[in-house]
Design a protein around this ligand. Structure first.
Ligand code: GDP
Ligand code: MG
Length: 225
C-alpha cells in the first residue's frame, strides 16, 4: 500500500472539479466488479473506441501484480505513458474506497506527465459484490458483472449492482452455454435499480462496447457543460 501523502504538486485534484491552476480536471470513471467479469476487457475496448476523440488515461489496481496494466500495454490500447498500475496489497477495496491516496496520486501523475486529460478510467482490483469507489476518487462508477457468474447476481443486489451509475452485464455470448436467463437478469436488475441504466454487452461481437462508449460520452458531455 502506498502511503506517501507528500507528493501534491500544483496539479493536485482531490475531489474538486478544478485543478489548482483553474483548469477543469479529467472526468474520472471507476470500473468495479468481481474478478474475471470483464473490467480490463471493457477498459481496453473503451480505449480503442474513444482514443481518437478524447485525451484519456487508465489507472489499474492489482492486488500483487501489474497484470492488468501489462495486458493493456501489450494490447497497445494507449501509449504506455497513459497507463499506470497501483499495487493494492491484500485489500483491493481499501485502495478505491478508504485510503485512496495512491490512486489520486496516480491520476495526478498522469495529468502531470501527459498534459490535460478529458477522461481517466480507474479499474478496481476486483474482489466481490460489495466493492465500491469513494466519491473522492471517481465522479461516476460502472459495475461489471457477467452472465457466467450466475444469473441470480442482479437479484442478490449489493451496493455495486444497486447503486452504480451504470451496470454492465457482460459476456452475453456465453449465456446459452451457461444457461443464464438474460430476460430474468434484466428484470431483476430493473427491480434493484429502478431508473439507473443497465447495458448487456458481449465484447466478442463487433463494436461490443458501443453502448458503454455512448454512456461515457454522455457523462463527459454533462461534465464539461
Ligand atoms: N466470452 C467472452 N469473454 C469475455 C468477454 N469479456 C471479457 N471476456 C474474457 O473474460 C476474461 C476475464 O476478463 P478481464 O477483462 O480480464 O476481467 P477482469 O478481472 O474483470 O478485469 C478474459 O479471458 C476475457 O477475454 C465477453 O464479452 N465474452
Ligand atoms: Mg482486470
Amino acid at each position: 500500500m502506498h502511503l506517501d501523502h507528500s507528493h501534491h504538486g500544483p496539479a493536485a485534484v482531490g475531489a474538486d472539479a478544478r485543478r489548482a491552476d483553474g483548469t477543469r480536471r479529467a472526468l474520472r470513471i471507476g470500473l468495479g466488479g468481481p474478478v474475471g467479469s470483464g473490467k480490463t476487457a471493457t477498459v481496453a475496448a473503451l480505449c480503442r473506441a474513444l482514443r481518437d476523440e478524447l485525451s484519456l488515461a487508465v489507472v489499474t489496481n492489482d492486488i500483487y501484480t501489474r497484470e492488468d496494466a501489462e495486458f493493456l500495454l501489450r494490447e497497445a490500447v494507449l501509449p504506455p505513458e497513459r497507463i499506470t498500475a497501483v499495487e493494492t496489497g491484500a485489500c483491493p477495496h481499501t485502495a478505491i474506497r478508504d485510503d485512496i491516496s495512491a490512486n489520486l496520486e496516480a491520476v495526478e501523475d498522469l495529468e502531470d506527465a501527459v498534459g490535460p486529460l478529458d477522461l481517466v478510467l480507474v479499474e478496481s482490483g476486483g474482489d466481490n459484490l460489495t466493492a465500491t469507489f469513494s466519491k473522492g476518487l471517481v465522479d461516476a462508477q460502472i459495475f461489471v458483472i457477467d452472465v457466467a457468474g450466475g444469473d441470480d447476481i442482479p437479484r442478490k443486489g449489493g451496493p455495486g449492482v444497486t447503486t452504480a451509475d451504470l451496470l454492465i452485464v457482460n459476456k452475453t455470448d456465453l449465456a446459452p452455454y451457461v444457461g443464464s436467463d438474460l430476460a430474468r437478469m434484466a428484470a431483476d436488475a430493473k427491480a434493484q435499480r429502478a431508473e439507473l441504466p443497465v447495458v448487456f454487452q458481449s465484447l466478442r461481437g463487433a463494436d461490443g462496447v458501443r453502448d458503454v462508449a455512448a454512456w461515457v460520452r454522455a457523462r463527459l458531455g454533462a461534465w464539461t457543460a
